[in-house]
Ligand binder design. Structure first.
Ligand code: ADP
Ligand code: MG
Ligand code: ZN
Length: 501
């Protein structure tokens, strides 16, 4: 009998916090802007004897904000612990972390997942929406720790840059509640979106400010046992998360099918070869000898403080999506697209507020021409300087047929490139739509009279020629004729000539 397996996945997400200073000292946390290696450093973040850590208040606020956004309860009593291990990127020989009492725990996040077990997602995360269901993934804990230094491995030596050492790092740990790669991808995507909405992390994975670790085991479908898991470290992109998880799931299934056992180990992901590689097994696992950090007293958070953080929570992606669906009559996928980025959602709403056109139409422009321009020019929504008011005006001119859709695209490109006033651009470029039926009729008649051969061919059954006739109209009017009027007149003209034959 062939067993069918399902994956069991738990994610650990590391996110640097966008504070000005480091977690336990006053050095700048913006290591990306440091002029040179080892310039943002001090005795505390380089672990010199006697240097004393002080907790970064802003980091605690941002961490609490994340905890609340992930539906966690906030622990009023926080303690810090030393996690001991030796590595050249860890100057103190231990990392200050939270162990027994993290800032937040017992939260959850709803994700979209395939409703039946899938081992092989088609492409990346793409089962049809009808086959999806909402699944609640529990968030076990959110705790604060500090980032390590950066090592660069050269040929015969390694270089250490301590600028990153001590940057506030949040670890978000899920319960093993995901049953497919798609669910894990959606969870990771949603966590990233929330972090960006809160402004606590840029989500810029290429810069390494957000890193995933996937814990994976597999079990026969229908069983609720938790089998031995492996942990894949340092996944630095969604693609790596998907490929590494998929590879690991298949590797473990194969082991069970051949009668073997999976051993608990820490794995790395080789992106070039597309395989997971063993880094250390359970026997070699670190014993971190956690103990309370003696230099930091327990931190008491007041109810008032927690409530003041709660009051700073912005409208989050889920809530915004629901509101966009009900207020603007958008479909779930249209709304989800617009709310994927807070700046995009805000931009959309500004255009809606300034425009007389239906919100659906505005969505179409933003999801269509607007995004196409951004993608083609390698820009993101954050780079857009085009005022929402100008886009609103342009869309309204198309809606009220002052200009045609293709003229609208021309104006949009011009607005992106040189700015200006849509009405002025329409005037300068002479783009006003021809809506005068008599004028269009004249052009259609002339085209039909000038091309008797094509008219005969069309009327003899070569229907594809219709597009050619419409092309002639577009040429004669520089694309300005109202396409519906032109089409109607053309159909009528061809019909008349057919009857005349
Ligand atoms: P540790 O405390 O040793 O780090 P945990 O049990 O706390 O291990 O789990 C760490 C991560 O591994 C969590 O994200 C959790 O969801 C996940 N995990 C735990 N058990 C399993 C399992 N059997 N299969 C897949 N993931 C698991
Ligand atoms: Mg771990
Ligand atoms: Zn420092």
């Amino acid at each position: 009998m062939k067993l069918t397996y399902e994956p069991v996945i738990g994610l650990e997400i590391h996110a640097e916090l966008l504070t000005n200073s480091k977690m336990f000292c006053g050095c700048s946390a913006d290591y990306g802007s440091a002029p040179e290696p080892n310039t943002n450093i001090c005795p505390t973040c380089t672990g010199l004897p006697g240097a004393m850590p002080v907790v970064n208040k802003k980091a605690m606020e941002l961490a609490a904000l994340v905890g609340l956004a992930l539906n966690c309860s906030i622990n009023k009593h926080n303690t810090f612990a030393r996690k001991n291990y030796y590595y050249p990127d860890l100057p103190k020989g231990y990392q200050i972390s939270q162990y027994e009492l993290p800032i937040a725990e017992k939260g959850w996040l709803e994700v979209d997942a395939p409703s039946s077990p899938t081992l092989l997602p088609e492409g990346e995360g793409s089962s049809p929406l009808s086959l999806r269901e909402r699944v609640r993934v529990r968030v076990r804990r959110v705790h604060i720790e500090e980032d390590t230094a950066k090592l660069s491995h050269e040929k015969n030596y390694a270089l250490v840059d301590f600028n990153r050492a001590g940057v506030p790092l949040l670890e978000i740990v899920s319960e093993p509640d995901m049953r497919s790669v798609e669910a894990a991808l959606d969870y990771a995507t949603k966590v990233r979106a929330i972090l960006r909405y809160l402004g606590v992390n840029s989500g810029d994975m290429e810069k390494g400010v957000l890193r995933f670790e996937a814990n994976i085991s597999v079990r026969p479908v229908g069983s609720d046992e938790f089998r031995t898991r492996t942990e894949i470290k340092n996944l630095n992109s969604f693609r790596a998360l998907a490929r590494a998880s998929q590879y690991e799931i298949e590797r473990q299934i194969k082991i069970y099918e051949e009668g073997g056992t999976v051993i608990q180990e820490t794995l790395g992901w080789d992106d070039v070869r597309g395989v997971t590689t063993s880094q250390r097994s359970k026997e070699e696992a670190h014993d971190y000898r956690y103990f309370p950090e003696p230099d930091l007293p327990p931190l008491q958070l007041s109810d008032a403080w927690i409530e003041s953080i709660r009051s700073q929570l912005p409208e989050l992606p889920e809530a915004k999506t629901s509101r966009f669906i009900s207020d603007f009559g958008l479909t779930p996928s249209e709304a989800r697209f617009l709310t994927s980025e807070r700046t995009l959602a805000d931009y959309f709403e500004s255009v809606v507020a300034k425009s007389k056109s239906p919100a659906k139409t505005i969505h179409s422009w933003i999801a269509g021409e607007f995004m196409r321009y951004l993608n083609d020019s390698g820009l993101s929504i954050d780079d857009v300087t085009l005022a929402p008011q100008a886009l609103a005006k342009l869309i309204d001119m198309v809606t009220d047929k002052t200009i045609g859709a293709s003229a609208g695209k021309t104006v949009l490109t011009e607005l992106f490139k040189n700015g200006g006033d849509p009405a002025q651009i329409v005037k300068e470029k002479n783009l006003l739509q021809m809506t005068d039926v008599n004028a269009i009729q004249e052009i259609v008649t002339k085209i039909l009279n000038d091309n008797p051969k094509e008219v005969d061919e069309y009327n003899a059954g070569k229907e594809t020629l219709f597009q050619w006739f419409m092309g002639q109209v577009a040429r004669a009017t520089k694309g300005k004729a109202d396409p519906n009027v032109a089409k109607e007149l053309m159909v009528k003209g061809l019909e008349e000539r057919k009857n005349r034959r």
